[in-house]
Design a protein around this ligand. Structure first.
Ligand SMILES: [Zn+2]
Length: 254
């Protein structure tokens, strides 16, 4: 029996209305996607994300994306959620990290690092795993994590080079492969280097669609990445699903 988990998606405003979440789940279930880890990475989405955790099929992860570092200096917006009873459903801190693609200014990059380190400290304090965004900043992110993180780490939508993937493996970090692996050769290279035992599947919905005409992407496209990886690793689809779903359950402790 095939059972998938979408290890990272954004089924939230402004991409999806709260009353659309049920449909997204129904579509996902029809494709054997039994759980979705829903991620909010901006304080304006936090309450919306906590609300979605009322669905049995949804687990949640709460973070502060690095591009917020011009106005958010530390992890306090996440700490402040502890008053909300739904915050007990938070499975991970993320996505947090570094983004050198959108942020070129050195001063702002330094502020990203300060915010990132405080988010890591928060995950350490709460003993919950970290989900990392590291666009064009893979080695810097890994160096910071190797110094500070004392919890499991997932490199979401990771596109590091060979050296970065090897470093991540040494640190025993996991990597998510998104649905656009079918149209992006570099993502296939990362997957091969990471190895099936270190991989989780994600859609990063509404992003990372498996084809340019799919908008928005939704968790129901997970079988597309699964089929691609099964052929790359030359394993049966059931086996690929079993391994990656176990990796996801172990990582998020679900
Ligand atoms: Zn994401």
């Amino acid at each position: 029996m095939i059972r998938y988990i979408d290890a990272h998606a954004h089924i939230l405003e402004p991409f999806f209305k709260l009353n659309e979440v049920k449909n997204v789940i129904t579509d996902a279930l029809s494709k054997d996607v039994i759980k979705i880890v829903n991620c909010a990475s901006d304080p304006s989405q936090f309450n919306n994300c906590l609300e979605t955790s009322k669905f049995d099929e949804i687990e949640i992860s709460i973070g502060l994306q690095p591009t917020l570092a011009d106005r958010i200096i530390n992890a306090d917006p996440i700490r402040e959620l502890s008053d909300n009873p739904l915050s007990k459903n938070i499975r991970a801190i993320g996505e947090v990290g570094l983004d050198y693609h959108w942020i070129k200014d050195e001063n702002l990059r330094d502020r990203q690092k300060v915010l990132f380190i405080d988010c890591i400290e928060l995950a350490n304090e709460q003993q919950i795993p970290l989900v990392i965004h590291s666009r064009k900043a893979e080695m810097d992110a890994l160096e910071i994590l190797s110094k500070h993180a004392q919890v499991p780490v997932l490199l979401h939508s990771f596109e590091g080079n060979l050296k970065a993937v090897e470093f991540a493996k040494e640190l025993e970090y996991k990597i998510t492969v998104p649905t656009n692996v079918v149209i992006r050769r570099n993502r296939r290279k990362v997957a091969v280097r990471a190895g099936i035992e270190n991989i989780l599947l994600e859609t990063d919905s509404p992003y990372c669609a498996p084809a340019d005409d799919i908008r928005p992407n939704t968790p129901s496209t997970i079988p597309i990445v699964a089929e691609k990886l099964a052929s790359i690793f030359e394993v049966e689809l059931e086996e690929l699903a079993r391994i990656t779903t176990n990796n996801t359950k172990n990582f998020y402790r679900i």
